[in-house]
Write a protein that binds this ligand. Structure first.
Ligand SMILES: NC(=O)c1ccc[n+]([C@@H]2O[C@H](COP(=O)([O-])OP(=O)(O)OC[C@H]3O[C@@H](n4cnc5c(N)ncnc54)[C@H](OP(=O)(O)O)[C@@H]3O)[C@@H](O)[C@H]2O)c1
Length: 255
């Protein structure tokens, strides 16, 4: 009998949106589990800070400046990583943004900004990484979805659409790339304590709503997502594909 391997020793992982929040947490957890991680996003200063922290913990981290809404930059990132390491084992499509505005007031620019970052950027990253993973006949792609990938909330229309798209793309990629031994899954967090939620956390009414609506009675922390990410990146999840793992304190139990 062969027991599953949870460690990521020798693996090469790209994490987009790794300068802070969930992406930084997942990149740090991967490095702690033995992977070499490439931290990619726009803010180089924060990326270097995150990479230094990882190295200080004995991990291996590289920094690559990336705006996921620029196709040429995504292509360049994947080319650079494939050349540097000769392979790519794991991609985490995490870079994301939110815009809170009434649906009837949204401009085309608002729509494009959120969709280009959250959905088109992930599409480009997955497409380019697949070109490396298909010949390898091996790979793990993790898309960061949201509880708003299967449900909706007012004033975040483009975000909801982008996350429904991420949910669909996870399943479509999973079925298309399964013959190449590429697992594609998603993680759907509920409310996690990161900068993206700063306005919500500063609003006592909103906090009361979140806490009363969450069965586990608290917001999530970045650390709460690490186990799910390591599972989906490791060989322990080799027979799991097209799945969306809700890490939501029970939010979706109530439907
Ligand atoms: N926090 C939550 O409650 C929650 C819940 C469900 C899902 N999520 C999802 O989790 C992901 C991370 O969110 P977070 O909570 O960690 O938010 P965050 O702390 O605001 O971090 C967002 C990350 O995305 C990066 N990013 C934004 N636009 C980018 C672009 N154009 N190109 C490259 N990187 C970009 C940012 O880096 P730079 O500024 O350096 O580019 C940053 O590293 C998002 O996809 C979000 O939708 C979050």
């Amino acid at each position: 009998m062969e027991f599953p391997r949870w460690d990521l020793s020798g693996k090469v992982a790209i994490v987009t949106g790794a300068s802070k929040g969930i992406g930084r947490g997942i990149a740090t957890a991967f490095a702690n589990a033995g992977a070499s991680v490439v931290l990619a996003s726009r803010n180089e200063e924060l990326l270097h800070e995150a990479a230094e922290d990882i190295r200080g913990r004995g991990g291996t981290a590289l920094v690559h400046k990336l705006d996921v809404s620029r196709e040429d930059e995504v292509v360049a990132l994947v080319k650079t990583v494939a050349k540097e390491f000769g392979k790519i084992d794991i991609l985490v499509n995490n870079a994301g943004t939110v815009l809170r505005k009434k649906a009837e007031e949204l401009t085309t620019q608002d729509w494009d900004h959120v969709l280009d970052t959250n959905l088109k950027g992930a599409f480009w990253c997955g497409r380019e990484v697949a070109k490396v993973m298909i010949p390898q006949r091996k790979g793990k792609i993790i898309n960061i979805a949201s509880i708003w990938a299967t449900g909706a909330r007012a004033t975040i229309l483009p975000y909801v659409v982008s996350k429904f798209g991420i949910y669909g793309m996870t399943k479509a990629w999973a079925v298309e790339w399964a013959p190449y031994n590429i697992n594609v899954n998603a993680i759907a967090p509920a409310f996690i304590e990161t900068d993206i939620n700063a306005p919500l956390m500063a609003d006592p009414k909103m906090m009361e709503f979140i806490l009363s609506r969450t069965p586990l009675g608290r917001m999530g922390k970045v650390e709460d997502l690490m186990g799910a990410a390591i599972f989906l990146a490791s060989e322990a999840s080799n027979y799991v594909t097209g799945h969306c793992l809700f890490v939501d304190g029970g939010w979706t139990i109530r439907g």
